[in-house]
Design a protein around this ligand. Sequence first.
Ligand code: NOJ
Ligand code: CA
Length: 714
Amino acid sequence: MKTIFSFLCLLLIGMTAFSQQIQSPDKKLTLQFRLSDKGEPVYQLFIRDKKVIEPSLLGLEIKDQNSLTEGFSITRVDTTTVNEKWNPVWGEVKEIQNNYRELTATLRQSNTGRVMVIRFRLFDDGLGFRYEFPAQSTLTYFTVTGERTQYNMTGNHKSFWIPGDYDTNEYPYTTSLLNEVDAVNTSKKYTEIGTRSPIDKNVVQTPFMMNTADGLYINIHEAALLNYPAMYLRVNQENFSLTTELAPDAFGNKAYLQTPCHTPWRTLLASYKAGDLLMSKTILNLNEPSVIKETSWIKPQKFVGIWWGMHMGTATWNYADATNIILKNTDWNKLTPNGRHGATTQHTKRYIDFAATHGLDGVLVEGWNVGWEDWAGNWKEEVFDFTTPYPDFDVNELQRYAREKGVKLIMHHETSSSVTNYERRIDQAIRFMKDHGYDAVKTGYVGRIIPRGEFHDGQWMVNHYTRVAEKLAVNKIMLDAHEQVRPTGLHRTYPNWMASEAARGNEFNAWSSGNPPEHETILPFTRLMGGPMDYTPGIFQIKLDYYNTGNKYQVHTTLAKQLALYVTMYSPLQMAADLPENYEKHLDAFQFIKEVPVDWDDTNVLLAEPGDYIVTARKQKGADAWYVGAITDENKRDVQVSFSFLEPGKTYAVTLYADALDAHWESNPMAYSIQRFTVNSKSIVRLKLAAGGGAALTLKPATQEESKKLKRYK
Ligand code: NOJ
Ligand code: CA
């Protein structure tokens, strides 16, 4: 009784001190705002009666001027409600509800007269807020040196994190309590990651996922990252306060702004159901509507590529084994080919044929253009020109051949992070694509950024990625960017910016200790919160010693789990990443990759626990067909899947691609079984997932014959 009483007292004191409050449309979340005695902006957040965020400070630090952190008074408060629907060009659902309550606090700093607006939007599943600076004579140009935004957590939560590296997100996730975060020691373990920025022990990346002792799931990230550096979180290990850090530039400054302007949205999602976070549309809703009006050219698609062979070491990107190449002085015809070049005309035709035979849309070709002889290392600025094919890559003939076969070639621009060089040449590179029938490009930013001293996640690079997406949009070209800053929902605004890597992809399984079996159960709760990932799933030949190249590594999943990833990890661009010959050995399993859509009407996350398992069902765009993916971590697991989402009374024919009973990611990863049966909305199907395994299912309305022939699942 006594504790309850004192708790209530505390609650009341806490609440009355806050002058402003809004509730989410469903009243579950409450946001409160006030100024402290020193005129500092402070907010706190509740889910029902429980604190999610303790009183936390807001504000920006700026250079050589009074910081925008204190001395404020509230001059005006506005509240409004928005409830609207919109249709994404492509995605996990066909319609998105944008429903929030907004509180806008206009603040005036008394000694400088400067105006800062903090705009909060409270959705049923989370909060977004940002700083806005109207045009004003007392604040014109300014340099941001730090952000004070705090998220004071209520306890020592379990968290899923990667080190706060400004140059890469290609780390596996660590699961630990907040007071156990050690980004420095963790980052040292992953020597396979080439380019890394200085790292601070207590700084981690977003999306940052947490789980409280009483079962609340919290995710912190940002939305609409434009003209600003990416944000990180500094974890205070004594009081569990998280404070925003920003990627610096070469001088250690964070951002250069000019009024009128605003920061990206800071986001926090919260739910007692982990799966709800995966279905949240709050980050997308905080982004601006599409700037592309005519979108018929934007086509979600599946593709194969001259790619995995290079990662296996059976082929090369480079044509010759030469070094010390100077781009403009080299006569490529005079170089001696090394005999292992991947991107040859003949080899590309083989991939085009394979794509055409199996109804896949695109063929990515890496290593088609001159410059790969010594592309990595960043000692020189001029690496690639993006317009000169190697002598054995006949771009005109391939354009003709691909068109004849109804397949699209996908361009590859590895910039090797010589971004000055890429910016200088991008207009010609776009012209080359237009002239040769390419309407999609995969970009890449391996290595240190030139201009030297910049980081992948700083304001300069953020502006670069946006510039590229915009230029491509004008030219009707789709984009898949590797090694870029992690996404923040900008695919709403630029629906041609379809996917990116920006995390540890399947490729790490090819040449390093790889991705632990739990990796793909964490990615959707972290990296994918901001947008689709080009994870490059679909590796069938799991053990890599098969290639006799001395490679002792393996993919850390079963084959069936590789199939399930097409459903559990959404992307409108999905690669079938393995070699055609490996698919040809397992055409029965490949059937799933052929059929699985890349654009959906609806999505249900049926079961999910970060780090353990995910089961997702999605309904094909414009068709009465469902696809289910189930994945587990290193533990084998039985999961019960209820099909109550199906149309009642209707019989569906199921094809189940399952782990064989003796499958195991390490000892027996390629053993699978394919079963067919029927279900209806009352069925509950038990899936046996092997250690590191998964299951993939297709469900389509049963024909009369199927209803008769196939057994009802029992
Ligand atoms: C890293 C990318 O993630 C990978 O997909 C690509 O093949 C290499 N860079 C070369 O560009
Ligand atoms: Ca990569």
